[in-house]
Design a protein around this ligand. Structure first.
Ligand code: NAP
Length: 350
C-alpha cells in the first residue's frame, strides 16, 4: 500500500547528490531524515545550506553507523563509484532500508554476478529493495528506447547517442577521460577501457531481453579529434594537437548483425579536427526499421537560447522520482523490467 510520506536519507552530495537532496527537501511526500557526506567542510552543515534552500534542521554527517541505525524508508546512494560501495549498500539494505543507487551496480548481469548475489542476500536479510538508476545507464540507453519500441512495427537497429560539449558543461570527468592526452597514446590506452561496456551491458541487455533476443557479443571502437589550437577549459588546458574530442562506439550484436549501438560524442568546443557535427548536448535515440523513429532528449533552453547538458541532475532526479515505488515494491532487486510504469509523486505543487 502506498504511503503518504517516505523517510529518506541522502548518501553523498556531489553534483548528482545535490540534485536529489534539493528534490527531497522540496518534495511534499518526502521527509528528509539524514544526509551522509565525506567532505569535512560539510560536516554539521544544514542540508538546506548545502543546496541553497532554507534550513531543514537535518545536519550532514559522516557518521555512517548512525545513519545505518536510523529509521528510514529509503537511501538515495550517490557516492563515488567503486568496489567500496558494495559494503555500505548491503549494510543499508540489511538494516531494512530500500536503496536507490546512482553509483551502481545498475542492474545485475553476468559480469557482476557476485555483486548481485550479495545485494540479493542483503535484500532478503532486510526485507528491502535495491534499484540501480541513472541517465545512462538507467534511462536514455535502455528505458527510453524500449519504451519507444512500442511505436515500431519492425526494428533493424537502435542507436543511442550521448552528445556533450565539455567546454559548456564542465565536469570532473574531463581529465579522467583523457582529454589533453596524446592522440596515439589515448587510442592505444583508452581511459574508458574496452571493458567499460560491461557497465552498460545491463542497458543493452535490457533492450535485447525486452525484445526477446540475446546479445552474442559487444564490439568497441574509439576515434579521437585533435585540438586545432590550445583549448582552455575549467580544469586546465588542452594543447594544440592533443585530444580535444572522443567518440566511443559500442555495438551489441544479435543474430549476426548490430542491434544496439551506443555512441558517445564528447567534445571540448568546436575548434577540433575532425569536428563531428552532432549538434547540441543531448541524448538521441534513432530506431531504424518500420517506421523509422528519432527522439531527442535535451534540457530546456538556457537564457542564451542553447540547450544545457542535464545528464547529472537527471541522474539524481530519475532516482528521486522512483523512491515511493521502490519503497512500496516487494523485496529484492528491482529493474525497469519489473518496475512497471513509474508514477512520480509530489511533483505538481500549485
Ligand atoms: N548512471 C548514470 O547515468 C550516472 C551519471 C552520472 C553519475 N553517475 C554516478 O553517480 C554517482 C555520483 O556522481 P557525481 O557526478 O555526483 O559525482 P561527484 O560529484 O564526484 O560526487 C560524488 C560524491 O561522493 C562522495 N565521495 C567522495 N569521495 C568518496 C569516496 N572515496 N567514497 C565514497 N564517497 C565519496 C562525495 O560526497 P560529499 O561531497 O557529500 O562528501 C562526493 O561529492 C557516481 O557514482 C557516478 O558514477 C551515474
Amino acid at each position: 500500500m502506498s504511503k503518504n510520506s517516505y523517510r529518506v536519507i541522502q548518501w553523498a552530495t556531489g553534483t548528482v547528490g545535490k540534485a536529489s537532496l534539493k528534490y527531497f527537501i522540496e518534495n511534499p511526500v518526502i521527509e528528509l531524515v539524514g544526509v551522509y557526506v565525506t567532505n569535512p567542510d560539510k560536516f554539521g552543515v544544514d542540508a538546506g545550506d548545502l543546496v541553497g534552500l532554507p534550513k531543514t534542521g537535518i545536519l550532514a554527517t559522516n557518521d555512517a553507523e548512525a545513519l545505518i541505525a536510523l529509521d528510514a524508508d529509503c537511501v538515495l546512494f550517490a557516492a563515488t563509484s567503486g568496489p567500496a560501495i558494495l559494503d555500505p549498500i548491503c549494510r543499508l539494505l540489511a538494516s531494512g532500508k530500500n536503496v536507490v543507487s546512482t553509483a551502481g551496480p545498475f542492474l545485475p548481469n553476468k559480469w557482476f554476478a557476485a555483486d548481485a548475489e550479495k545485494i540479493e542476500a542483503a535484500c532478503r536479510a532486510g526485507n528491502s529493495s535495491f534499484h540501480g538508476c541513472g541517465i545512462h545507464p538507467g534511462f536514455s540507453g535502455d528505458l527510453l528506447p524500449l519504451t519507444l519500441a512500442r511505436l515500431m512495427n519492425r526494428i533493424d537497429c537502435i542507436e543511442v547517442t550521448e552528445i556533450i560539449d565539455k567546454l559548456r558543461n564542465p565536469m570532473i570527468y574531463t581529465e579522467i577521460m583523457g582529454f589533453g592526452a596524446d592522440p596515439e597514446e589515448l587510442l592505444a590506452n583508452p581511459r574508458r577501457s574496452p571493458e567499460t561496456y560491461k557497465y552498460f551491458y545491463s542497458s543493452m541487455e535490457m533492450i535485447a531481453t525486452g525484445l526477446g533476443k540475446e546479445i552474442e557479443k559487444v564490439t568497441v571502437r574509439l576515434e579521437v579529434a585533435k585540438a586545432k589550437n590550445d583549448i582552455v577549459h575549467p580544469h586546465g588546458v588542452v594543447k594544440k594537437g592533443m585530444v580535444g574530442g572522443q567518440h566511443y562506439e559500442w555495438t551489441a550484436w544479435v543474430e549476426g548483425a548490430p542491434l544496439i549501438v551506443y555512441h558517445f560524442y564528447w567534445q571540448l568546443g568546436t575548434d577540433l579536427d575532425p569536428l563531428w557535427e552532432e549538434g547540441e548536448a543531448k541524448y538521441r535515440v534513432v530506431i531504424k526499421g518500420d517506421p523509422p523513429l528519432e527522439c531527442h532528449l535535451m534540457g530546456g533552453k538556457d537564457a542564451d537560447g542553447r540547450h544545457p547538458f542535464l545528464g547529472l541532475p537527471w541522474t539524481g532526479l530519475v532516482g528521486c522520482t522512483v523512491v515511493p515505488q521502490i519503497c512500496d515494491a516487494p523485496a529484492g532487486v528491482i529493474s525497469h523490467l519489473n518496475l512497471g510504469v513509474v508514477q512520480p509523486r509530489g511533483l505538481v505543487r500549485r
